[in-house]
Design a binder for this molecule. Structure first.
Ligand code: NAD
Length: 370
């Protein structure tokens, strides 16, 4: 018998616990089928951890995150904790997890389910069938580079400084992750930077090209300036398959790509670190959305972004592509049958509660597995 997969679930705040309890039913469904078994630990993060322990992430929870096979997180934050100083806010828990687990590759798929084509602001022929993946470097670049700060100048004016800095190692490791992912998809990778105006962009292009020639010549590699990439994403997004880019450009391009498909309640993500000597990669999976305080506790939240994050876990942490396909097919079929939570429903049509969406998914999984 293979060893059970170890999983740390951190539901967090707001709608986090509501959506996570529906996803937990799906995890338990897989457990019951015994195709894949999980040892699950559940713990607090964000505001919930502040209320219980006075810190957004205890050392004990951090230690667990470092040892499990994968972390599944809901969302953190909310008005209750908005007035706390920056270094004590719920979001610090999330940032600590990303930093200490060294999760440098952020994967954001943008998939357009046929049933939701109308939810996009783009024309159906531009968006239908879209399935692209943005790989964003997550731990380097402009958001972490030094020097940084706001300084007073001798003439009494002020200057804000951030530094866009990348080492060849940082570029190579995220590019390697992207090449590997491209090989599992259509074998096409597009690398986006601003080599026309930034030295860090020149280095980015050189390092990606070098790695391509040395190890991934079988993958079709193209380069694009990040501003052109932003335009091409709304003009003809299906020209892309996997896009790799730095932290800041990835922040924007992945939000843009995500919104092509219509709803925040549908967008999953994965953040991956390096593989250890046993081949296990540190990994955290979470929806793109936040805690939605406006609908929290009302049974209105869409659990599909978190569920699709679980599907990514099956695919990327456990190499269980068929089980991931099963979850994604269940989501597709449920949507095709017109079942929607309020955020993705057509105006005036009937909507499902969070738990009714969970019921519909489990019924569909039973049908698919029969
Ligand atoms: P949000 O994503 O929480 O909500 C934006 C809008 O989308 C709201 O109208 C909300 O109702 C809706 N929405 C989001 N997820 C939904 C879902 N699953 N189903 C149905 N509707 C959904 O963003 P926000 O309002 O800017 O932030 C609210 C709180 O969440 C803040 O405290 C913010 O700091 C936090 N936040 C956390 C994360 C995270 O934990 N990763 C990410 C973003 C925001």
């Amino acid at each position: 018998m293979p060893a059970n997969k170890t999983l740390l679930i951190l539901p967090g705040d707001g709608i986090g616990p509501e959506v996570m309890s529906e996803v937990r039913r799906v995890v338990d469904w897989f457990d019951r089928r015994q195709a894949v078994s999980f040892d699950i630990d559940e713990d607090l993060v964000g505001g919930a951890a502040i209320d219980a322990h006075g810190t957004p992430l205890t050392d004990a929870t951090m230690d667990k995150a470092m040892t499990v096979d994968a972390v599944l997180l809901g969302a953190v934050g909310g008005p209750k904790w908005d007035e706390l100083p920056f270094d004590q806010k719920p979001e610090r828990g999330l940032l600590r997890l990303r930093k200490e687990m060294d999760l440098y590759a952020n994967l954001r798929p943008a998939i357009c389910f046929d049933a939701l084509v109308e939810a996009s602001t783009l024309k159906p022929e531009v968006i239908s069938g879209l399935d692209i993946l943005i790989v964003r470097e997550l731990t380097g670049g402009l958001y972490f580079g030094t020097p940084r700060g706001i300084e007073e100048l001798p003439d009494g004016t002020r200057r804000g400084v951030n530094t866009h800095v990348y080492t060849s190692t940082e570029i190579q490791r995220v590019a390697r992750a992207a090449f590997e992912l491209a090989r599992k998809r259509s074998n096409k990778l597009c690398s986006a930077e601003k080599a026309n105006v930034m030295e860090s962009g020149v280095l980015w292009r050189q390092e990606v090209t070098k790695l391509h020639q040395a190890e991934y010549a079988d993958v079709e590699l193209t380069h694009i300036y990040a501003d052109n990439c932003a335009m091409q994403l709304v003009r003809d997004p299906k020209q892309f398959d996997v896009i790799v880019t730095d932290n800041m450009f990835g922040d924007m391009l992945s939000d843009e790509a995500g919104m092509l498909t219509g709803s925040l309640g549908m967008l999953p993500s994965a953040s991956l670190g390096d593989a250890d000597e046993t081949g296990r990669r540190r990994a955290m999976y979470e929806p793109v959305h936040g805690t939605a305080p406006d609908i929290a506790g009302q049974g209105k939240a869409n659990p599909l972004a978190t569920l699709l994050s679980f599907a990514m876990m099956l695919r990327y942490s456990f190499d269980l592509g068929q089980d991931a396909d099963l979850v994604e097919t269940a989501v597709k079929n449920v949507l095709d049958a017109g079942k929607r939570t309020a955020d993705i429903a057509a105006p005036g049509s009937e909507t499902l509660s969070t738990s009714a969406m969970g019921d519909a998914l489990l019924a569909e999984l039973d049908k698919l597995a029969a």
